[in-house]
Each structure stands twice: as structure tokens, then as C-alpha cells.
Design a protein around this ligand. Structure first.
Ligand code: AMP
Ligand code: MG
Length: 424
């Protein structure tokens, strides 16, 4: 079964409201094996809505429309559907009575303009709304075209996300399940950090072929390259076992590059590791200004592994709080491996931690030079018996450089805990 989702509203095409309805609906459909072909968004323009309905109806089995069924002049979805069906709008007495009661219950008289909400195209079915005044509409549209569907079931639901969700679950989902959405779809997301998307894709090779099931795709956000593995079969058992097999193949190829699954963060992984080992980490941050500490302490229960840290932004602070000698800073510069080495070692001692991560870099946009360009960051990891030093050149703006530097520091610690060299 295949769906198209049509969202209606000027606020959506103007970019004032983010279309969360389509995203939510697609997820619900996927969960019952119904594929979504397309998301379409149009403004409050009857012609545009009509065209979108007419062009979608022969291309899908079910068309889900949200928005444009309020009582105001800009709510034109019902009129558009009636026009596409070539029928008049008819008053639904039962819903009119409900509307009347709705207002009476609030001690008000129903405004005349709400009458339109009891109008539905002749031959269509009204869907009760238990959370608002906008009743939904269900209709069977038949606009066949060569190579397309004979007919399409159209559901029109309110734009208000809460009302839409209630209506979808109660009145639309059963139809989709019954009509054999059929297949079971299960997904897993695997996260990597350190390599670019194309490098990860290259390693995955044939695993990413588009005709495979389970299908493996990649997305990138915040420097994290994630693999989405979507498995789709008729039985749940097969869907699960094939998903497990595909996920294992990804692990076989990428190994430790995968740091976590689904909504796990790098900092959560570090928290878990250190908790298991009953160890702690401290930080000495310059360019990241506390971001590393934030990431580590975003994780509930992080007080077990993080007690204190040092945000030493200025040279004076590096000297006064961490005892990094001014002479060393003058010789090597604040962004240098000797300085982060001293920051990490001194932080380790002062915080009495098992590990210390220090970061100093040129976050930009100003402050770069030929030898130390914007994006350059030195990172140190110190522990009881040693220290690792690395210098990176991160691309992007200030926010990206700081974010990547903090995540790279976490990665350095992760690979140290794995007792493996960082592969990037
Ligand atoms: P409507 O049913 O068109 O009157 O929409 C009512 C309200 O629901 C709008 O003002 C938006 O705030 C919200 N809304 C409508 N469509 C969407 C959508 N696709 N995603 C998220 N919110 C929406
Ligand atoms: Mg609207």
C-alpha cells in the first residue's frame, strides 16, 4: 500500500510553521508497512489544493490531507475536494448538532461561520472529531490515469497536530491496517563519528545497494554519519532476523567506527564505559568553552564519572587555574600541543580524575593565521601513565568547529578505552 501526504496551510509554505504532521504520519504509516511516496505542501489556495489532490489521487492508494478544514475564509480543503469530486458540499445535520452543542457547552452561540465545518462533499463520509470542531472527511476518489490507480481513498484531517493524531489513530489507521499495509518494517540506526559520509559509504560498498532489503542508507548531522537500516518483510520474525543480519554485516565492515545505536550519543557511551570501570574524567577547555563538559553532563547520572572541570579561555586563566606557564604559551601559542598537554596533565592532577581531556583551537571566524588557520584544534588526553596529543583541522563555522572538537575529544577517550588506535 502506498500513500501520499498533502499538507495545507500558508503558514507551512511561508516557513512559519514546520510541517510536523507529515513526518509523524509517515512514521505511523511505515510502522504498518505502508510506504509514503511523497510529501506535498501547498498554501491556502483552492486551485493549488485541487491540483495537488487530482495529481496525487491516481498515484497512490491512500491520500492523507491535513489542514484547511477550519471555519475561516482561508480554510478551503473541503471546497477543493468537492470540486475535484465534481459534487456540491452538503450540510451534515448530525455534525451541525454536535457543533451547536460544542458551543452551548461553553456558554456560547455557534458563530455562523462555523456552519461550514458541517459541510462535506456529497457522497463523502464525515469523520467525527472528538478534540475540536473540525470534522474530518473520508472519500473514495476515482480519477484513473494510465499506469495509475483506479481509485484512491482520501482522508482529510485537521491541521492541529493533536486533533490530527487522535483522528488518524482512531479512524484512519484501522483502514490502512485492514487494507493490508501488510508488511512489517523494522529499522535500526547505527552512528559513526570521525569519517565522512563518502568514506563510510565506500566501506559499506554493496551493503548500500538501493535494491537490497534490508536497505542501508546514510544521513549526516553534526558530523555524525548514521546508517539507517530498514528491513521490510511480510512476517515480523523474518523482518527482525533480516534486520539483525544486515546490522551485523554493517558491524563486520565498520567495527568500532560504530559507537552507538538509535538515539545514543558519544557522551552516553563514554558515561557508560567509565561507570563500568568506576573511573572519572575531567576537562580543560579553551575554544570549546564548556561544550565538552556540557556533553558529558547532558547524560543523567553523569556525576558518577564527572566531578569538576576547567574552562580556561584566556591565557591568564590557563596559568592561574591550571598552572600552564606563560612562557610556554608565549613560545608555542595557546593553540599548540605542548599547551594542551600541560592543560590535560595539570587538570588530571588537580581534579584527581582518571582521564583528562584538553582542547584548544581556533574556532573563528577571526583569529586564524597561515600556520594556525580557523578550524585548527589541538586535543590532549591524559591519564595516569601517559598522554596522547593530536592536532585536527575541522571544517565549517565557529559552531561546527567547537562541536567537532568536543566530539573528537570524546572519540579520543573512547578509542583509548577500547585500547585501539583512532582510525582517523
Ligand atoms: P488548520 O487546520 O489549517 O486551520 O490548521 C490549524 C493549525 O494547525 C495551524 O495554525 C498550524 O499551527 C497547525 N498546523 C497545520 N498544519 C500543520 C502541519 N502540517 N504541521 C504542523 N502543524 C500544522
Ligand atoms: Mg490552515
Amino acid at each position: 500500500m502506498h500513500a501520499i501526504i498533502l499538507s495545507v496551510g500558508d503558514e507551512l509554505v511561508l516557513g512559519q510553521t514546520v510541517d510536523t504532521n507529515s513526518a509523524w504520519l509517515s512514521q505511523q504509516l511505515a510502522a504498518v508497512g505502508c510506504d509514503t511516496f511523497a510529501h506535498i505542501t501547498v498554501g491556502d489556495d483552492q486551485q493549488m489544493i485541487q491540483r495537488a489532490i487530482a495529481r496525487s489521487a491516481w498515484r497512490c492508494d491512500v491520500l492523507l490531507v491535513t489542514g484547511g478544514i477550519g471555519p475561516t475564509e482561508d480554510d478551503l480543503t473541503r471546497q477543493a475536494l468537492a470540486a475535484v469530486m465534481g459534487v456540491e458540499l452538503e450540510l451534515n445535520q448530525q455534525w451541525l448538532a454536535e457543533l451547536d452543542q460544542f458551543f452551548k457547552n461553553r456558554g456560547r452561540v455557534m458563530p455562523e461561520r462555523n456552519r461550514i465545518q458541517a459541510m462535506i462533499p456529497r457522497g463523502a463520509k464525515l469523520i467525527f472529531n472528538t478534540a475540536g470542531t473540525a470534522a474530518g472527511i473520508e472519500a473514495l476518489l476515482s480519477l484513473p490515469q494510465e499506469g495509475g490507480r483506479e481509485s484512491c481513498r482520501v482522508f482529510i484531517m485537521p491541521g492541529v497536530p493533536k486533533e490530527m493524531k487522535i483522528m488518524f489513530e482512531r479512524d484512519v489507521l484501522p483502514f490502512i491496517k485492514q487494507s493490508g499495509g501488510g508488511a512489517c518494517i523494522l529499522s535500526k540506526t547505527l552512528h559513526t563519528f570521525g569519517l565522512g559520509e563518502s568514506a563510510v559509504a565506500e566501506k559499506l560498498g554493496d551493503l548500500m545497494k538501493r535494491d537490497r532489503n534490508p536497505l542501508v542508507g546514510t544521513t549526516v548531522a553534526g558530523g555524525i554519519v548514521s546508517l539507517r537500516v530498514n528491513s521490510r518483510f511480510s512476517s515480523r520474525e523474518q523482518t527482525q532476523s533480516e534486520l539483525d543480519r544486515a546490522v551485523k554485516s554493517c558491524y563486520d565492515v565498520l567495527g568500532d567506527l560504530i559507537y552507538g545505536e538509535n538515539d545514543r550519543s558519544l557522551a552516553e557511551v563514554i558515561n557508560e564505559w567509565l561507570k563500568l570501570k568506576n573511573e572519572t574524567v575531567t576537562i580543560a577547555e579553551s575554544c570549546t568553552g564548556g561544550l565538552l563538559a556540557k556533553m558529558l553532563t547532558d547524560v543523567p547520572g553523569s556525576s558518577d564519572i564527572f566531578q569538576t572541570g576547567f574552562v580556561t579561555y584566556s591565557n591568564d586563566a590557563k596559568y592561574n587555574r591550571l598552572g600552564v606557564s606563560t612562557e610556554m604559551i608565549n613560545i608555542y601559542g595557546a593553540v599548540s600541543e605542548p599547551v594542551v598537554e600541560a592543560m590535560s596533565k595539570n587538570a588530571l592532577r588537580l581534579a584527581k580524575a582518571d582521564y583528562a581531556l584538553a582542547v584548544s583551537g581556533v574556532a573563528g571566524p577571526g583569529g586564524g593565521s597561515a600556520t594556525k588557520p580557523v578550524g585548527m584544534a589541538c586535543i590532549a588526553l591524559a591519564w595516569k601513565d601517559g598522554v596522547t596529543l593530536r592536532t585536527f583541522n575541522f571544517p565549517g563555522d565557529r559552531e561546527m568547529v567547537r562541536d567537532r572538537a568536543a566530539k573528537m575529544a570524546l572519540s579520543m577517550l573512547r578509542y583509548h578505552l577500547l585500547k585501539k588506535p583512532m582510525p582517523f
